[in-house]
Design a protein around this ligand. Structure first.
Ligand code: IPD
Ligand code: CA
Length: 263
């Protein structure tokens, strides 16, 4: 099966998965996971189960790395590996804040070839295929051309690792706040990267993200003309959590120079 066929099938699957989120009743019981303020609801599990089953129906050889299951990094190098975040922004979802997403990336032999981030509340589907650009509901998107002084900076607060990252996160945010235009904190890293890809913001950083938080969003940003690296400017990794520093490209060198003070 070629990537475009998979994109077409996934477009329907991910929108159907979004209906599970939209149909959630207001009483969102949750369980706690490792770390601080880290939660999972029955809906995270239901969306994940639905995606895995639906993808297996169209691609029986598919293997999965997904947030709400045990994972083995060996799957990353299989022919068709899907990295899934069933609900990115679970805390927003529990609060009915209506800013959460479903994130699905497909890797072939370790390379990300397809990325989709879906916001069911706005029915916004961000899609990218390697080498074919990035799209929002079928319309091409590009990163902004803003310089640092006009940049809107999306920050991720590493809420599950407060002791380790709070000081660095807020010190770098303060430095950026003075150099850039303003900052935001949305609660969904996948949507932060999708928004960066569409020019709605100019910088995103978070000192620790898991592969399911950023795998699809990273391809959206790079296909839209932006840059995604670790905090030291090197290539991101999939086999373990890592820092994610993303930008419209124009401000990347300056961002990484500033990040050096906080590694
Ligand atoms: C979280 C969100 C949040 C980010 C956290 C992520 P989850 O994902 O993307 O914005 O700050 O680091 O873990 O847990 O809601 O899927
Ligand atoms: Ca996530």
């Amino acid at each position: 099966m070629n990537v475009s066929n998979i994109t077409n099938s996934l477009t329907k699957i991910i929108r159907d998965a979004g209906k599970i989120m939209l149909g959630a009743n207001k009483n969102r019981d949750f369980d706690s996971k490792a770390g601080t303020a880290n939660f999972v609801t029955a809906y995270d599990v239901a969306v994940q189960d639905f995606l895995i089953k639906s993808i297996k129906d169209i691609l029986p050889e598919a293997v999965f790395m997904a947030e709400e299951k045990e994972n083995d990094t060996a799957v990353l190098f299989e022919k068709y590996c899907f990295i899934i975040d069933p609900i990115d922004g679970t805390t927003n979802f529990i609060h009915d804040y209506r800013h959460s997403s479903i994130s699905v990336a497909m890797l072939c032999g370790g390379e990300t070839v397809l990325g989709m981030v879906y916001d069911p509340y706005l029915d916004e589907l961000f899609t990218a295929e390697k080498g074919k650009g990035a799209y929002l509901n079928g319309e091409a998107i590009r990163v902004s051309k803003n310089p640092m002084e006009l940049a809107v900076v999306q920050i991720g607060s590493c809420p599950y690792y407060k002791d380790e990252f709070a000081d660095k996160t807020f010190a770098l945010t303060k430095e950026l706040f003075f150099k850039a235009s303003d900052f935001r904190r949305s609660g969904s890293a996948a949507l932060d990267l999708a928004y960066l890809a569409s020019g709605r913001c100019d910088i995103f950083f978070e000192f620790r993200l898991s592969p399911w938080d950023f795998a699809a969003g990273e391809l959206l940003v790079t296909e839209a003309g932006g840059i995604v690296t670790k905090s030291d400017g090197t290539k991101t990794a999939r086999a373990a959590p890592c820092p994610i520093f993303a930008s419209n490209g124009i401000v990347h060198e300056e961002l990484i120079e500033m990040a050096k003070g906080y590694i």
